[in-house]
Design a protein around this ligand. Sequence first.
Ligand SMILES: [Zn+2]
Length: 414
Amino acid sequence: MRLLFLVFILLLFAPFGVSAAPTPIAAPISTAQFADVRPPVVTPQMLRYSRTRVALYFIGTAYSLLALWGVLASGLSARLGRWVRPQRFSFLRLLGYYALLELTLLAIRSPLIFYSGYSLEHAYGLSSQSFGAWLGDVGKSVAVNILTTTPVLWLLFWLMKRSPRRWSLWFWGALIPVIAFGLFASPVVIDPLFNKFTPLPPGPLRAQIQLLAANAGIPGAPILVADKSRQTHEINAYVTGIGTSARIVLWDTTIQRMPPDQILAIVGHEMGHYVLKHLLWGFALTVGGLLLLLPLAQIFLSWLLRRFGPRWQVTGPGDIAATPALLLTVSLFSFLLAPLSNGLSREIEHQADVYGLQVTRNPPAMARAFVSLSEQNLSDPDPPRFVKFWLLDHPALKDRIDFVLGRKSETGRE
Ligand SMILES: [Zn+2]
């Protein structure tokens, strides 16, 4: 166990990519232009929205944990379990149980889901999606969740029955190909369920992005535009997929609202993730982290079920009625580990900024892109220190602007 811990620590502190300076795609910009960049305008509306989002994260987590506890303590999970309890454990029965459980949880959480996903976005002018279309998207996410989680649960319960003492280690081994397949398949199978992806029309922007892609070693990767304007007015771009599913995606909102040099700066950052193999690092960290966390989760779950199982009418970890206890363990662990995983993510994102800057050589454009991200997405550029620590998976936009313009990076508000 001590050896495993060492391996994990080594992974944590390993550099996230050794960046030999990339071949720039443009001549450097004169530093005189740096002075033109104005900081983001922080409006009371932006601060209110950002703070509401932070509050919703904590309230939503607590509410979800309580909902799971309620489903167990009320005996509802046991009743659902009895209703579909197998004589012979079968996939279809598990699917039936999990679908009923998810729909129950959805009903309990519906006020928060509606407020956070629909009402708030409309109140702040960040979305004009119709209620019906929004509801359709929620329905699709629930269906995707049920269809992708059930096989994983099935595998887990099977392992629990086969190896009551060591299931967490077997499950860890089984998860590795599952996670890898998810990374490969989600951009081709899941994402098209929610948006239409069309190739970026030929033009100067496309040519420059192709130059960046060639630099990043993925010259043939498709450059796609997602019709995100159906759902949101926010702007974004990302690189996703592995191997043949690798693709560069721009939200159509970004193309409508950002000048080409800023889009290029954002795509440069995204290419950084590719060149520096961040997906691989993320995968390795996840797998390494799970190796430590799954045995801890097993211990916690066993304790939880020994202590409360009789009251919940749940016989043990292998009982499908224990599913909410499993979900509760996962939610609790991910909430407590958020500062660690977000800290690692911020480091990775910073490395991508460094690469993007080296390859596009246009610091003012990148800084202006960050100003736009802050203003258009109503994202507080300099949130309180606690929010940065617990919630931010990217460095605060103010810190990113200061970094690309070579200013001293300040943290905190004071
Ligand atoms: Zn990034």
